[in-house]
Design a protein around this ligand. Structure first.
Ligand code: NAD
Length: 462
């Protein structure tokens, strides 16, 4: 089922297959996870080529953010599968003599995964791993905006998997809408808040549970670090967390910086030095920085920069090449907060810096805006660290680095408020695609007369 023809009957067949309980077998799940791993290993070259074609993504980024990260997740899932699948004992009150309880995970059924274009393999397969490990049948709908990657998933990935239960359907909004009109047991969506709302409305009809992995403006707070080593490391990590991660086209890319006014020029000067070291004197010819995905997004970013409200705030970069969909790493200082660049998610290589009187002012700045997916804080100040955790809300907080949290299987990945809800990665992915069934086992050996009607006060007073 790579096209939409006969969708309903294909989905009915998938449901019948799911109901045969085949996908619940541990051996079936293992075979699919191994198939996914073989796909990533054997098709590595093709995957890298497709990522280069769609996004100009360097091989190293392709391996770091997609292939390598996915293989790591698959290794963990294969190693942990039996444990994840097993029932977990639950404690009961003492009164429940000779009674035991456990929590048994069961698959949800036939699930739909809709993904985004910026990490076309990572954002598609990371949830597929969780869904398959949990024993579900899966339809994956990758993004039409990364066509080389999506067609590789549709043509090659499926040859490694049991197509009775795992399918890839390509298409854009119209096809996604057709999919959303069907009955699902779970919808896992990665994308914008706008389409997230469309997904949620469609899920209402069948009370389908949804996970929404959305985006937003993820800030990085940069405290006035006194040691030159610390500030240099911070600047390098900020640059790689912005320009070195799909050219800033990442949901957890740093959207803007918050810096003390008196410290700003130091940060900007170091950034200028390190941008050149990382991307060369003429980044347009650099293969290290990814390209903008398409003309629509190129002009969206160009409009953000052409906005007359931000005139005079660009302190570095700003050049663009429409033909090659290239935008130079660009730094702005203090664009007005009402400008589009400070109210919309940037999703590209433009980095505004907002200066503040005191770094502590960043807490109010962040908490008065929609809750971000990620918050980065570069500081050694323990009090500031504690305050950031307790006085702001975000999907995650990372101190003194960026993006790293994405690769940690032990951490839940997901948003809060406008950045979405639900979580995945590692065991959290398995749980996202499972129902936690409560099991109680009672014995006939003990029984108490006072638990049965008729209700009399002496039973209550016992
Ligand atoms: P998008 O919402 O435009 O598209 C996401 C998916 O929805 C695609 O598969 C697309 O085909 C489909 N779609 C688009 N319009 C639709 C419509 N009208 N009806 C039904 N389906 C539709 O988002 P995008 O451009 O792919 O991604 C950018 C956004 O996604 C950013 O906001 C970014 O922050 C967010 N994002 C979040 C994560 C995360 O893990 N939280 C990861 C990547 C991107």
């Amino acid at each position: 089922m790579e096209s939409m023809g006969g969708l309903e009957s294909d989905l009915n067949k998938m449901r019948e297959y799911y109901e045969s309980r085949k996908t619940k077998e541990a051996s079936w799940r293992q075979t699919q996870l191994k198939g996914l791993r073989r796909f990533l290993m054997e098709k590595q070259e093709g995957i890298m080529k497709a990522l280069m074609q769609d996004l100009g993504k360097h091989q190293l980024e392709a391996f770091r953010d997609e292939i390598g990260t996915l293989i790591k997740t698959l290794n963990l899932a294969l190693k942990s599968l039996k444990d994840w699948m097993s029932g977990k004992k639950a404690e009961l009150p003492q009164l429940a003599l000779l009674t035991s309880a456990e929590i048994v995970p069961e698959p949800l059924g036939v699930v739909l995964i809709i993904s985004s274009w910026n990490f076309p393999f990572g954002l598609s397969l990371e949830p597929v791993i969780g869904a398959v490990a949990a024993g579900n049948a899966v339809v994956l709908k990758p993004s039409e905006l990364s066509p080389a990657c999506s067609s590789l998933l549709a043509s090659d990935l499926t040859t490694y998997l049991d197509n009775n239960a795992i399918k890839v359907i390509q298409g854009g909004p119209q096809e996604t809408q057709q999919l959303l009109n069907q009955r699902w047991d779970k919808i896992f969506f990665t994308g914008s808040a706008r389409v997230g709302r469309v997904v949620m409305s469609a899920a209402v009809k069948n009370l389908t549970p949804v996970t929404l992995e959305l985006g937003g403006k993820s800030p990085a707070v940069v405290d006035s670090l006194s040691a030159s080593w610390d500030i240099e490391v911070a600047v390098k990590r900020i640059l790689v967390g912005k320009f070195g991660t799909c050219a800033g086209q990442a949901c957890i890319a740093i959207d803007y910086l918050l810096v003390e006014r008196a410290y700003c020029s130091k940060v900007v000067d170091l950034m200028k030095v390190w941008i050149k070291k990382m991307f060369g004197d003429n980044p347009k010819h650099s293969k290290t920085i990814a390209r903008i995905v398409n003309k629509h997004h190129f002009f969206r970013l160009k409009n953000l920069l052409d906005d007359k409200n931000i005139k005079g705030t660009v302190v570095y970069g700003g050049s663009m090449d429409e033909e090659n969909l290239f935008i130079e790493p660009t730094i702005l200082v203090d664009p007005p907060l009402e400008a589009a660049i400070m109210s919309e998610e940037i999703f590209g290589p433009l980095l505004p810096i907002i200066t503040l009187e005191k770094i502590e002012d960043s807490i109010k700045f962040i908490s008065s805006r929609p809750k971000p997916l990620a918050l980065y804080v570069f500081t050694k100040n323990q009090t500031l660290q504690r305050r950031m955790i307790s006085e702001t809300s975000s999907g995650s907080v990372t101190f003194n680095d960026a993006i790293l949290q994405y690769a940690a299987d032990s951490l839940p990945f997901g948003g809060v408020g406008e950045s979405g809800f639900g979580m995945y990665h590692g065991k959290f992915s398995f749980d996202t695609f499972s129902h936690q069934k409560a099991i109680v086992r009672r014995s006939f050996l003990t029984d108490f007369w006072f638990r049965y009607p008729p209700w009399t006060l002496n039973k209550y007073q016992l």
